[in-house]
Design a protein around this ligand. Structure first.
Ligand code: GTP
Ligand code: MG
Length: 651
């Protein structure tokens, strides 16, 4: 079935024309299926129910009579109508001249300039009175006035072409030719071509610039819910081979052939076919993709987040595989550009930034893993863009439904807390700390294969996000590290800087003034919140210095009953920090339980290794390391407890 513009729930047809041309007779002949000799000057407005009209749309038909109506009322009626039929009498030349001299300019003047031109159908009545055709005369008018959609000759007396006339009028509203085709150029309009080129690219599954039988069939099924008969397919190709040089290459349809085919449909009055294709790919009556199509309404309760659904991931994986032409497992800049060629622009303006955001191969190109990471990040932080690009990339056509099925809205955070577990797969970690504490390095290390290569890097440019997957209990989750930029030490944090699944407060173990900042941040923003916090000392490979603050980091953590400080170093880190952060995000409520448990273990550890005072006086990184390893062991044990607890708690 043809999908049509749902904005127009009713089609309003107005008949105008000189006195005596037969307007009232046409309307009454249609309704009564009989010619009445004696008709009133003006017919009552009638409504034809949807089920008896060819396009299944309720239709109003409105008459006009010059002696009963003034100019104002005529203007008003023209504005209210969706299409105007200008009726002339084929045996009365002056009524024909008046089409372009009077009626068409009048209709143009009645409509606001900002609005689209009102579509017009020219109707030559009383064809029973002559034995020749006037169509050639009106074709010239069609060229001068592109709003004239079609012309038809008919007779109210013999009922010849009466229902056709009303069908053309309906069609002029529902499937107008004007936006698609320029009579003057005898070619598709630029906008229409642009839309069809995009459609061609989406349908060109293997990206070879041709639509082969499989792709044409796929296209046909998506647009019309029916396969293409092999015989029809051959006929189409035969027509193309005959009419367009290079219309068919290697037994497949070229872009040139595809455009020609649509030209042909429209020239033969089959606009509805082209419109059906365009609408299926999201275009509205002005050949634009509407806002509702690009960004359908979606309700996201406060405290919920957005992730890619399985369907969304499948579609993106398919796109990746389709576009990795050289099968090297990564998208080169050219492959990436070609993948997005059906979109108005690249979703990520700087391709060179990608390597700073997601895992890439050694050339900085997106691997499938990095590609999914990039979309996962975007879906979390910029859902409208994900929805928009899924639409451009043809998700809706491919999956036969709205792009909302590519999205998973997670349960509200407070419910996660109440149930003591979360079904999320993507967690946001905010990395907060004073200037030069090593925040960006800590974020980037999440995606770096070889951490040592990050050591001498300049981190100033680029995105504030890094994303990679981490394993929690053998399950793959995504962790996003967001670098929260600190401008001035005394600047307050904004709610959007604080709100996250887990916070990593970072200080520089090598700088005595570093810890105070995050201690204050913790007390001010996190001490009372339910957000799990991990305090992390960076540059663990350098000499650790005593912090100029009331409490040393370990004491501070003990006082506030949070996990002891973790020590991180680009040189030695084994990435367990990220697993820890993700686990804390996944099981936020268990933090207190962990601490109680650790307390016992740690006290033992501290006693036995004489580390009780390491936060106060130790400057030996070795000691930090031992503590770190001990903590890692304790953490593992902590997870184990969590696991047991989880099992015994019905979800
Ligand atoms: P106004 O309301 O005055 O603007 O005229 P109108 O356009 O409504 O014309 P109307 O339907 O009143 O018809 C005018 C005359 O033309 C009547 O005598 C009709 O019988 C006659 N007429 C209308 N249609 C046809 C037709 O198809 N063939 C022939 N032979 N006569 C027709
Ligand atoms: Mg009349």
């Amino acid at each position: 079935m043809v999908t049509w513009n749902t904005n127009k729930r009713i089609v309003r047809i107005l008949l105008v024309g000189d006195p005596g041309v037969g307007k009232t007779s046409l309307i009454l002949s249609l309704v009564s299926e009989d010619f009445l000799e004696d008709v009133p000057p003006k017919a009552e407005e009638i409504t034809i129910p949807a089920d008896v009209t060819p396009e299944q749309v309720p239709t109003n038909i409105v008459d006009y009579n010059a002696s009963e109506q003034n100019d104002d009322s005529l203007h008003e009626e023209i504005n209210k109508a969706h299409v105007v039929c200008i009726v002339y009498s084929v045996e009365d030349e002056s009524s024909m001249d008046r089409i372009s001299e009077y009626w068409l300019p009048l209709i143009r003047d009645s409509v606001n300039e900002s609005e689209q031109r009102k579509p017009v159908v020219l109707v030559g009545n009383k064809i029973d009175l002559i034995d020749y055709s006037t169509i050639d005369n009106v074709l010239g008018i069609m060229e001068d006035f592109p709003e004239v959609e079609s012309c038809v000759e008919c007779s109210a007396k013999t009922l010849h072409n009466i229902s056709e006339m009303f069908y053309y009028a309906q069609k002029a509203v529902l499937h107008p030719a004007a936006p698609l085709y320029s009579m003057e150029d005898q070619d598709l309009t630029e906008k229409c071509k642009k839309a069809l080129v995009r459609i061609f690219k989406i349908c060109d599954i293997d990206g070879d610039g041709l639509l082969n039988d499989f792709e044409l069939n796929h296209f046909q099924r998506r647009c019309f819910n029916a396969p293409l008969q092999p015989q029809v397919l051959e006929e189409v190709k035969a027509v193309l081979s005959k009419n367009v040089p290079d219309g068919v290459v290697n037994d497949a349809v070229t872009l040139k052939g595809f455009l020609f085919l649509h030209c042909l449909f429209i020239q033969r009055g089959r606009n509805e076919t082209t419109w059906a294709v365009l609408r299926r790919f999201g275009y509205n009556e002005t050949l634009e993709m509407s806002k509702e199509y690009l960004q359908p309404a979606i309700k996201i309760p406060p405290g919920s987040s957005t992730e890619l659904s399985h369907r969304g991931q499948q579609f993106l994986t398919m796109l990746f595989e389709r576009n990795d032409r050289d099968l090297d497992g990564a998208l080169s800049p050219d492959e990436l550009k070609s993948l997005f060629s059906a979109c108005p622009a690249l979703p990520w303006p700087s391709l060179s930034d990608l390597r700073r955001i997601v895992p890439t191969n050694e050339k900085g190109w997106l691997t499938l893993h990095g590609w999914i990471c990039r979309w996962t990040l975007q879906t979390l932080v910029d859902l409208p863009r994900t929805l928009e690009y899924l639409a451009y990339l043809g998700f809706n056509v491919h999956e036969n439904e709205s792009q909302l099925t590519a999205i998973q809205v997670t349960r509200e955070r407070r419910l996660d807390l109440a149930k003591k577990q979360s079904n999320r797969t993507v967690y946001m970690c905010h990395v907060i700390g004073p200037k030069s504490a090593g925040k960006t390095a800590l974020c980037r290390a999440l995606i770096a294969e070889d951490m040592k290569r990050l050591l001498e890097r300049d981190f100033r440019s680029g995105s504030h996000y890094c994303i990679n997957s981490v394993q929690i209990y053998g399950q793959e989750k995504h962790l996003v590290m967001r670098d929260i930029e600190v401008r001035q030490v005394l600047d307050p944090l904004q709610p959007q800087d604080v709100h996250c699944d887990v916070a990593c407060l970072v200080y520089d173990t090598n700088n005595p003034k570093s810890f105070e900042y995050i201690a204050r941040i913790y007390i001010k923003y996190f001490a009372e919140s339910k957000i799990p916090v991990l305090i992390t000392g960076t540059k663990g490979d350098l000499a650790e210095v005593r912090q100029e603050y009331l409490l040393q980091p370990a004491e501070f953590c003990q006082k506030y009953k949070i996990l002891p400080p973790q020590i991180f170093s680009l040189k030695h880190n084994k990435k367990d920090l990220y697993v820890k952060l993700a686990t804390m995000a996944a099981f936020p409520r268990f933090q207190a339980a962990w601490i109680l448990f650790y307390r016992h273990r740690l006290e033992h550890l501290w006693d036995s290794t004489n580390l009780r005072h390491f936060g106060l006086m130790s400057s030996d990184p070795q000691l930090w390391w031992k503590a770190g390893i001990g903590l890692a062991a304790a953490t593992c044990f902590g997870y184990f407890i969590v696991k047991l607890f989880q099992r015994s708690t019905p979800s």
